[in-house]
Design a protein around this ligand. Sequence first.
Ligand code: SF4
Length: 229
Amino acid sequence: MEKHDVLYRCALCSVQERICTSPQGTGPDFCPTLHSPKKVFQETLKEYKKEEIREFARQSSIQEAECYAKRDIKPFVALPTKPRVQEIIEFARKMGFKKLGIAFCGGLKREAGILHRLLLSHGFQVVSAICKVGRTPKEEIGIKEHEKIHIGDFEAMCSPIGQAKLLNHAGTQLNIAMGLCVGHDSLFFKYSQAPTTVLVAKDRVMGHNPVAALYTINSYSRRLKNTDF
Ligand code: SF4
């Protein structure tokens, strides 16, 4: 599809009754629901018509709804009930997946062990791969001594491509990313053959809850608004 140079800004939309959620809604002049080329959504729908994709999307949507209790009561009051790890287990079951992969950061080794055993106890086959798998020296990708964490020492690089290839080789049907670094996660997503969901987004400062920096943007994290930090 050719590139379109309009900068859509859903994140900055302040419309109350939005066209993307209500047939009577409206949208601003940067609204993609109203102003993107029709082709985009036509092509999107074509993808959802593919049997495998349709089933993946359908089960995701069912899983989403089931995360709230008392949905039949009006007016609807959001009563979320499920931690994400439960969602992953339920979704994997719905999809009939038998073999799951875990790509994790060494910093979360303990938690990865807990997840690995938990998934086993729910009847899945589980393959897990740590970030440092393969023990490839950082020099391999051109890292200089002063660019290492432990300057002057041997340092194995994080190898998200190695993690992906191991899980691909094992034939995992759904992969779970746990605490992969920024950029390493992107490479893992790029090379993983199975679809990947994220259980943990690494944030070394915020206890792996990166959105906390946004919640506190006007208080403890306000320095982030300075262009030089
Ligand atoms: S799709 Fe349109 S109405 Fe919906 S959030 Fe984006 S800009 Fe707003």
